[in-house]
Design a binder for this molecule. Structure first.
Ligand code: FAD
Length: 611
């Protein structure tokens, strides 16, 4: 499949490099103003997410302590506010600042990526001339009815109509096509390529409208490609064993909250077959940001790990349907449109789904709010004593050039653990607390298919894949809105989503596993992913209906080495996010909570702390 490799790799990587090499003017005219009108990162494929080059400057600062960036151009730009990080939190910070202080205030948002939105990333795949929109990270507005009024007002003000999803999300799609939760066992790990129409865990149930499993526990255990002993063990787990615990009833809750799920599997249910234990380890996927071997019985139960399905995922008032075709990138686009009205045409978020976004508008001198991409902040420093200084200097690298701008205040909406490396003079206790903040790695790979006949034939809505890098493969969410139409028949092009929650050494502490998995992730090339996807889809789907070389049109591997925030120990997150002079701290890390609503609430707090 060399054409895909070359085409996608070149489109994805070299275009990004090319844009950052555009000549910069030293007069303060920003890099973005020089952007080619064709600059449109959502259409890039290949390695996306934190794409190659996006973290290089940050890593050389954090890992090698680099502080000499060559001559710095002091731009004649002064802002009321500089926001570091253009994810949902950073964009919301700019919005709240305008709400509080007026839309004439001058704001600069800096982000190291080639696109805005942070984890809320839009992926587009053009397949046989048809463009399919998907998401490379943040999926859905989760439980919006539980949101604070502050978030609901923001969503309303930027034109997000939550009620619209009730019809835009086609809950009947999976039933019409007989698509449900299945499990793909691969030959490499399980000895044979086999699809069983049973998910063995609750994970697929978060997809609204997906059909439930059709097999009984006995049939599901019998069909799993395991030894007879393994099948017996799997059946014991599926049938559940909490009632066999010799614990007084009134102590059960405490017991399951304090005892390990894996001890329960191994000691109480006497499971020792590697295949069953592997299924169990991967059955929580990203619900716990790590393998289930680190979970208590109660945690495994609440996320519906092997032996605990089904469990209720979301309540009736909050179905998992609040999903733009590009996931929460739809929210990011609506925020950007609110801040920089000329970027696109459209009166509400729905109208923006297909609107043309002109990236050259993002960083115009005439804008009150400017959004500057490909710009990594490497130093943030008060002009004087932080206790009474009225100005902050922000240094960033764009291309390989160092620039400085001045601001009356700064909101750090970037990864919190990076803040001690760039904010000068932070109190040591605060810096130490920030260094303890963790994020788990995650990977969302979107694959453009010319058709989905093979998925239909096997009844695959979601395929759990405990033997593969991507532990779940799913049909994209069936959402049509703003003139965008979701794939309608199995002969039409579509995007499938492949989700990987990479783990490290079995049973190692989560932080160690995150680090190991992150290094492994970053050491892989696009070709490695392509081979893995070829093996995965080629092994899972029937040969007569699926030919990778013909049916796969494009691949975007969205690698988030710094994905879900998992916070830090004890009170460290609260200590870490304290205001420091004219610098305050946002991002979902500062809650911590890997959730869009939380990211916005943290922005609101950080803006208020600036006064
Ligand atoms: C794969 C994935 C799926 C998710 N799915 C959901 C979901 O369905 N629903 C949900 O509510 N949440 C989801 N989340 C959680 C998500 O993290 C939050 O919802 C939210 O998008 C976080 O926004 P943020 O602005 O706080 O952080 P981010 O989105 O991480 O934005 C921070 C930005 O700051 C940039 N930055 C960092 N350092 C610097 C620097 N030195 N200079 C300049 N810029 C810098 C980063 O690169 C990034 O672009 C998901 C997360 C991931 C990774």
């Amino acid at each position: 499949m060399s054409e895909i490799t070359r085409r996608d790799f070149i489109n994805g990587t070299l275009m990004a490099a090319g844009s950052s090499m555009l000549p910069l003017e030293a007069t303060g005219q920003a890099a973005m103003a020089a952007l080619d009108p064709s600059y449109y990162p959502p259409a890039r494929t290949g390695l996306r997410g934190s794409h190659p080059g996006s973290n290089d400057h940050a890593h050389s600062r954090a890992w090698a302590g680099r502080s000499d960036w060559g001559p710095t151009t002091k731009l004649s730009e002064a802002y009321d506010l500089v926001v570091v990080g253009g994810g949902l939190s950073g964009l919301a910070a700019a919005y709240f600042y305008q709400q509080k202080h007026g839309t004439d205030k001058r704001i600069l948002i800096l982000d190291n990526h080639d696109d805005f939105g942070g984890h809320a990333k839009r992926n587009e795949h053009t397949i046989n001339g048809v463009t399919r929109i998907s998401y490379g990270g943040s999926q859905t507005i989760v439980e919006p009815k539980h949101a604070d009024k502050i978030v609901l007002n923001l969503l309303q003000d930027i034109g997000v109509d939550l009620g619209r999803f009730e019809t835009a999300y086609d809950t009947g799609f999976f039933k019409r096509h007989d698509l449900g939760g299945v499990t793909y066992f691969n030959k490499e790990v399980f000895g044979v390529d086999k699809v069983v129409r049973h998910p063995y865990c609750n994970y697929p149930n978060y997809v609204e409208g997906l059909l439930g499993g059709k097999l009984s526990h006995e049939e599901a255990a019998q069909q799993a490609p395991l030894s007879d002993r393994g099948k017996g063990q799997l059946l014991r787990v599926l049938n559940g064993g909490l009632h066999t615990l010799t614990v007084p009833k009134e102590e059960l809750q405490n017991y399951i909250g304090t005892h390990s799920y894996f001890d329960y599997l191994q000691d109480t249910l006497r499971v020792d077959e590697p295949g069953v234990l592997r299924m169990a380890r991967h059955s929580g996927l990203d619900w716990g940001s790590g393998g289930t071997e680190l979970m208590s019985i109660a945690e495994a139960k609440s996320c519906g790990a092997l032996g605990f399905a089904p469990v209720a995922v979301y309540d009736e008032d909050n179905p998992y349907i609040h999903h733009f075709p590009d996931g929460n990138a739809g929210v990011a686009r609506a925020l950007v449109k609110k801040l920089i009205p000329d970027v696109a045409k459209g009166n509400n978020a729905e109208a923006l789904v297909l609107a043309n976004f002109d990236y050259a508008e993002l960083d115009k001198t005439s804008n009150a709010v400017r959004l500057r991409l490909n710009s990594t902040v490497v130093n943030v420093k008060h002009g004087g004593d932080p206790r009474n200084s009225s100005e902050v200097f922000v240094n960033y690298i764009n291309g390989d050039q160092s620039y400085q701008v001045k601001a009356g205040g700064v909101v750090m909406a970037c990864y919190n653990m990076f803040i001690p490396h760039i904010v000068s003079g932070l109190p040591e206790e605060q810096a130490a607390a920030l260094r303890l903040q963790e994020k788990s790695p995650l990977q969302y790979t979107t694959v453009g298919l010319t058709n989905w006949r093979a998925m239909k034939e096997l009844g695959i809505g979601v395929a759990m894949s405990p033997g593969n890098m991507h532990q779940a493969v799913l049909m994209d969410f069936p959402v049509s809105m703003g003139g965008y139409e979701y794939t309608s028949t199995p002969d039409d092009p579509c995007v499938i989503q492949m989700i990987s929650c990479p783990y490290g050494k079995f049973a190692a502490p989560s932080g160690e596993q995150f680090r190991e998995a992150r290094y492994t992730m970053l050491s892989l090339q696009f070709e490695d992913y392509e081979q893995e996807i070829r093996r995965h889809l080629g092994g899972m789907l029937p040969r007569e209906l699926f030919d990778f070389d013909i049916d796969v049109a494009s691949i975007s591997v969205n690698r988030w080495a710094h994905g879900y925030t998992t916070g830090g120990p004890g009170d460290s997150t609260r200590i870490g996010r304290q205001p420091f002079g004219r610098i305050t701290i946002a991002n979902s890390d500062s809650a911590p909570g890997a959730d869009a609503k939380t990211a916005m609430m943290m922005a609101h707090r950080a803006v208020n702390e600036l006064g």
